[in-house]
Design a protein around this ligand. Structure first.
Ligand code: ARG
Length: 603
């Protein structure tokens, strides 16, 4: 197996091979790389450490390598007596570039850099001409699996699955934007011993399977509970259910068909949720990996990983008290055996270089054990900075306003959809209160309410660090002030209306106009726009979408600062400022798109 390391300080490749200049951080890193080589030629393997300046007074970006280099050459170098001197040398060796306006040294050898306003303006202008796709970060990973949503057949699809759907979709969108081919996988729980009782119960209720449909079977969750009750109270039923499991696993047609029918009904439930949210997924459920389990376990066995323990077959993991059970005492497979086979399949058949699992934090232990086993077997490299790599994206609970675990009124699948419908209808009411029903067509009203309502639900989830619990509150998420999707969508619509009302043809301005960032608020906004790709890159690397939300919110604040202090329409700088408005709208729209939110243009 080929393992590879992402180059430079992140997994972004610095290569300029597609004519894409890269973000300011990437371009600065290239310049500093040159400088570091000249400064300390014997340390060629140093990645430039470039970060935005803490205090904008000192500059826009900072290179923080001097201290680290000093610790390497201390006592050995005849040239350098302290880290400041190394900083001085890094500064002096920096190649001349149109992007840099000046540099200075601070503290123990930090090199501060101020970017050229002309250069920032030019980058924005180029983006307006060539499209926001040209700002996409380039990752060294070519193909990734994002395993998300993944509800369980015949069990409730709860808000945890909703979180997984929302977070997983955003991660997939960000990777796709970064030119990674993403296999969006719905790892539904469609296998296990519970199907024995479900199938027997189904046969009992509906002797002829043809008549079974959504309506007849009703609520699958209730169906599941009723079959469980029967299983626990009736030994004869229990025996039949156990036999049904065997028949199903042996592939007997009658049983396969019944199983497929149950899956189909469940699927139509959760697909409704995806339809509302506009999320695309490909189902490869647990059953898909069944044929691969024996081979995967055999490979692990050959590596000497599998041991016998209390009648089960297990893998011991260093530092864990309880081993990973891969074959149960009764000889059956479980969640872990399926995940091992799925991991093997994704690495070897699908050739994925990054495999990302989005589930609640409660499953952290399971994934830690899974990845540790794969590392022991040599399927994955031991070093986490090396690819292929597997990551668990864990998230916290959704709480109700009472501080307890959030529950939809009933536990049925449809109620999750109802949640979305309620968000939409509240937005519609708010729009009608503002008289929009008189201004807009019914369709416009409906589309806007949907975009804002669904956007609000998604954004409320995404804006928090995913590992924390968050409170589900319609009142909070639908507030048009503060850090909400409603506020941000309206901010975008307002920018669009500024451009519309100017009466200028923005496409024409893009061709002939020039951006000038003379006013400090223009420069702040311009620099922030340019940092978009860095934020996407970081959100991908850390698998933290809240970074992008924070960026979007700050961007709209910077826009407000600019708009408050810089007259746009009717000023001498009108063309430049309209172009800055347009660039802001373009970047905001891209953020919305990456967050799975539909932008609105009128408000
Ligand atoms: N079906 C599982 C659940 O509802 C989530 C599956 C996550 N993916 C995986 N490959 N284990 O908890």
């Amino acid at each position: 197996r080929i393992f590879f390391r992402a180059n430079a300080s992140s997994l972004t490749s610095m290569a300029n091979d597609q004519g894409i200049a890269g973000s300011p951080r990437q371009q600065l890193a290239k310049l500093f790389e040159e400088s570091l080589k000249l400064t300390i030629p014997e340390e060629l393997d140093i990645d430039p450490a470039i970060a935005p300046c803490q205090n904008p007074k000192f500059g826009d970006y900072q290179c923080n390598n001097a201290m680290g280099l000093w610790s390497k050459v201390k006592g050995k170098s005849t040239q350098y007596k302290n880290p400041q001197q190394i900083g001085q040398a890094i500064k002096a060796n920096l190649p001349a570039s149109e992007m840099i306006d000046g540099s200075s040294i601070a503290g123990p050898g930090f090199v501060n850099v101020k970017l050229s306003g002309h250069w920032i303006a030019k980058c924005i202008q180029n983006m307006l001409m060539d499209g926001i796709e040209t700002w996409a970060p380039k990752l060294s990973v070519k193909r990734a699996v994002v395993d998300f949503s993944s509800p369980n057949i015949a069990k409730e699809m709860h808000v945890g699955h909703l979180r997984s759907t929302i977070i997983g979709d955003t991660l997939a969108c960000m990777l796709e934007y970064s030119n990674v081919e993403v296999l969006r996988r719905n790892h539904v729980g469609d296998w296990g011993t519970q199907f024995g009782m479900l199938i027997e119960f189904l046969f009992e209720k509906f002797p002829s399977l043809e008549v079974v449909n959504d309506q007849a079977i009703g609520d699958l969750e209730a169906f599941y509970k009723a079959s469980k009750l029967r299983f626990d109270s009736d030994p004869a039923f229990k025996e039949r259910a156990q036999r049904a499991v065997v028949s199903l696993q042996a592939g007997e047609e009658k049983y396969r068909n019944a199983w497929a029918e149950i899956c189909k009904i469940s699927r139509s439930g959760y697909e409704k949720v995806y339809e509302h949210l506009g999320v695309q997924l490909e189902e490869k459920g647990e059953s898909f990996y069944n044929p691969y389990i024996p081979n995967a376990l055999e490979l692990l066995n050959k590596e000497g990983l599998i041991e016998e323990s209390e009648g089960a077959r297990v893998i011991f993991i260093e530092g864990k008290k309880i081993p990973l059970i891969v074959v149960k005492r009764d000889g059956g497979y479980n969640y872990a055996s399926t995940d091992l086979a799925a991991l093997w399949y994704r690495l070897n058949e699908e050739k994925a270089e990054w495999i990302i699992y989005v589930t609640d934090v409660g499953q952290r232990e399971h994934f830690e054990m899974l990845f540790a086993a794969a590392k022991r077997a040599g399927w994955l490299p031991a070093d986490d900075r090396t690819y292929p790599k597997a990551s668990h994206v864990g998230f916290g609970l959704v709480l109700g306003e009472d501080g307890k675990r959030f529950r939809t009124r009933s536990t049925e699948t449809v109620k999750l959809v109802d949640l979305l419908i309620e968000a939409k209808s509240r937005c519609k009411t708010a729009l009608i209160e503002r008289g929009k029903d008189k201004e807009w067509t019914e369709e416009e009203l409906d589309k806007t309410a949907e975009a804002v309502g669904y956007g609000a639900v998604k954004y409320a989830d995404l804006k928090n660090n995913r590992t924390t619990n968050y409170t589900f509150s319609f009142d909070q998420m639908l507030n048009d002030k503060g850090n909400t999707a409603v506020y941000l969508l309206y901010a975008h619509a307002r920018i669009c209306s500024i451009i519309r009302k100017s009466g200028k043809d923005i496409e024409e301005l893009k061709k002939v106009g020039k951006i000038d960032l003379a006013h400090p608020d223009e420069r702040v906004l311009g620099l922030h726009l340019l940092q978009f790709a860095e934020v996407v890159e970081d959100s991908c690397t850390n698998l933290l979408p809240n970074g992008l939300c924070e960026y979007l919110y700050n961007l709209s604040e910077d826009f407000t600062g600019f708009y408050t202090n810089c007259q746009v329409v009717g000023s001498a700088e009108e063309t430049s400022r309209l172009l800055l408005c347009e660039a802001t709208a373009v970047v905001m729209r891209k953020c919305f798109h990456l967050l799975g939110i539909t932008p609105v243009y009128k408000i």
